[in-house]
Ligand binder design. Structure first.
Ligand code: ADP
Length: 598
């Protein structure tokens, strides 16, 4: 419980800090409206009392009109928060969207790359993307509602005391058990939510599988529909059982609350009616007593439901807080060019690994162990090895996504820890194995490789031609054709076509070096072989220094040099002919693969 309270406290502080930073004016207007509405209860009661008393007098004076006018004003003031709430919230949401979302994007940019690969963080990312600023605005509204409810309860006790002293005293005393009943009901509801969250999330995951194209096709093929429906039903049953057990306890507290309010109401009505008959109470005072009982009960109920909502929303805010607390890129990474760009095109080797060792964060597995190699300018080098031998890791290290534990990596003679990310991005272009298929136009899909030249049709067409997908210009809207399956007019591409679009994206850039990580993994062997010939042609013509990664050894025959990775080391290196002549690990793998096709 202590931990949960600390979460709520931290969340409120975080939300208020951001709201005051980004939407101070409108938040203050909202708070002012809420305060005016809350404090108007007292004025409204006082005027209502006088108005009814004046109406009940035999000779109605002109004073009554003034009282009616003041009463109408007080009713308006009481409803001010309700009237303006939506309008003000639109402004607050707009300001938060404008100012807070860039903070989120900035944080994403600063995150260490491994944070993206960590499955535990996926929840945080999903939540931050879905509803970060709306939850922050909710906390503002909920906290205002809580304060308003507390003020209303205190005011009503004052109204009671001032009308009939002992009613005020009883109301004051009753507040303690009434608040206890409300908070107990809220606490049970909160606790139930905390324990059910895992089941609810799992059920949500099962449901989302039916909306996922890839999952759905497997579910159909494997006839797994009934399995997932049954699992989902089991979870629903367990959630419902929990709900049933708790609803009894919640209802018990709500019943105590209602009974206490009913007894209090009956007591007030009986005794005050007696007092009216005995002419010890005026009719106006009687009216506000009865009227205030409803406000008294409503405010306490609102207090309880808002506290329960606050606890629920705090958990979501806690995810946003955890997101902002994620480690940012640190170490000696520079953020400025510091004149290093002049060094980029000197006579140094294009790429150098010097005694590089690396393990992934939170893993004891040494993926690269004292690896050294170099790539000359204009050279095409292939890395081969079985799955998990560390080929993609070399690419990730070269892109600066991870820092080596030991050793030095240089691009054009510059240690990459001295190179800002922008500079690495200028020096090399990459086709990742699982590169992004943007559900955007063909132009954007290719042009993102060189944003400054996105409107240069010739350049984009050259890149597409080089990647072997010239036919995509023939699409109805040419380069402006939307791709994917989100937009109505979009055209979805085959796996192979998408892969070539990714390659075109890399070709569209001006980088002098190209890293291709299994660029043909979605293609059949013949198309893969053709693509590698195309890639080699383009790379040779463009004199680009390149690193190719492929699990199919036949695709490396054309490379200037082949590096064979095994158990975190470079086992062998040389041209295809040299390695076959060595009759070692490479030759063994090559013969094995060749036998598959014979
Ligand atoms: P390859 O490209 O040769 O198939 P990788 O470089 O992808 O191999 O992976 C090398 C090793 O590092 C594998 O054992 C893999 O399980 C591990 N690995 C890859 N990515 C991560 C990661 N993000 N966290 C922990 N281990 C990882």
């Amino acid at each position: 419980m202590k931990e949960k309270i600390s979460i709520i406290r931290k969340s409120i502080a975080f939300c208020w800090k951001n709201i005051m930073k980004y939407s101070r004016f409108w938040s203050i207007v909202l708070i002012a409206a809420a305060l005016i509405s809350s404090f108007s209860i007292l004025i409204n009661a006082r005027v209502l009392e006088k108005m009814i008393n004046a109406l009940s007098e035999e000779a109605i004076s002109t004073k009554i009109y003034q009282l009616i006018a003041v009463w109408i004003l007080s009713v308006l003031a009481m409803n001010l928060f309700y009237l303006l709430n939506k309008y003000i919230n639109i402004h607050i949401n707009a300001e938060m969207e404008k100012n807070f979302l860039p903070d989120v994007i900035d944080k994403y940019n600063k995150l260490e790359y491994w944070q993206y690969e960590c499955s535990e963080n996926q929840d945080l990312f999903q939540h931050v993307n879905a509803s970060s600023y709306t939850d922050i605005v909710s906390v503002l509204n909920i906290s205002i509602n809580i304060v308003s409810s507390v003020i209303a309860v205190i005011e009503v006790i004052c109204i009671f005391t001032w009308a009939v002293l002992w009613v005020g005293l009883i109301a004051g005393l009753l507040t303690i058990p009434l608040v206890y009943f409300c908070l107990s009901a809220a606490y049970i509801e909160m606790k139930q939510r905390w324990t059910m969250t895992k089941d609810i999330r799992k059920r949500y995951y099962f449901q989302s599988l039916f909306a996922d194209k890839n999952a759905l096709q497997e579910i159909k093929v494997f006839n797994a529909k009934d399995y997932f429906i049954n699992e989902s039903e089991k979870l629903t049953q367990s959630i419902n059982n929990d709900l049933k057990t708790n609803i009894g306890k919640v209802t018990k507290y709500k019943l105590f609350f209602t009974m206490t309010i009913c007894m209090f109401t009956v007591l007030v009505i009986c005794v005050s009616s007696e007092m009216i008959i005995a002419e010890r109470l005026q009719i106006g005072t009687y009216a506000i007593l009865i009227n205030s009982i409803a406000i008294f009960a409503r405010s306490q109920q609102s207090l309880s439901s808002n506290i329960s909502t606050l606890a629920r929303t705090s958990e979501k805010i806690n995810l946003i807080l955890a997101f902002f607390e994620l480690d940012e890129t640190k170490g000696s990474k520079k953020t400025e060019f510091c004149g290093l760009e002049n060094k980029l095109w000197n006579d140094q080797k294009a790429i150098e690994f010097e005694h590089v060792s690396f393990s992934y964060p939170d893993s004891d597995n040494i993926v690269l162990d004292d690896v050294s190699f170099s790539v000359e300018r204009g050279e095409i080098v292939s890395f081969v090895g079985i799955n998990g031998s560390g080929k993609s890791t070399i690419i990730k290290l070269l892109c600066g996504l991870y820092q080596p534990d030991k050793g030095t990596i240089r691009i054009n003679g510059v240690d990459i820890t001295d190179m800002p990310n922008e500079m690495i991005g200028k020096a090399l272009s990459v086709v990742f194995q699982d590169g992004q298929h943007y559900m955007l136009s063909l132009r954007e899909n290719v042009g993102l490789g060189n944003i400054d030249d996105m409107q240069n049709d010739n350049r984009l067409k050259d890149a597409l031609t080089a990647a072997g997908v010239k036919d995509l210009f023939q699409l109805e809207k040419g380069l402006d054709q939307n791709l994917g399956n989100i937009f109505e007019d979009a055209v979805d591409l085959s796996g192979g076509q998408w892969q070539r679009v990714l390659i075109a994206r890399a070709f569209a850039g001006e980088a002098d070096m190209l890293l291709l990580d299994e660029p043909a993994s979605s293609l059949d062997p013949i198309a893969e072989c053709e693509l590698y010939h195309v890639i080699h042609d383009v790379l040779i013509k463009a004199k680009k220094t390149s690193i190719l990664i492929s699990h199919r050894l036949a695709s490396c025959i054309l490379s200037d040099k082949i590096m064979v990775l095994k158990d975190g080391h470079i086992q062998e290196s040389g041209t295809h002919e040299e390695l076959m002549g060595n009759n070692g690990y490479y030759a063994e793998m090559f013969m094995k693969q060749r036998s598959w096709y014979q």
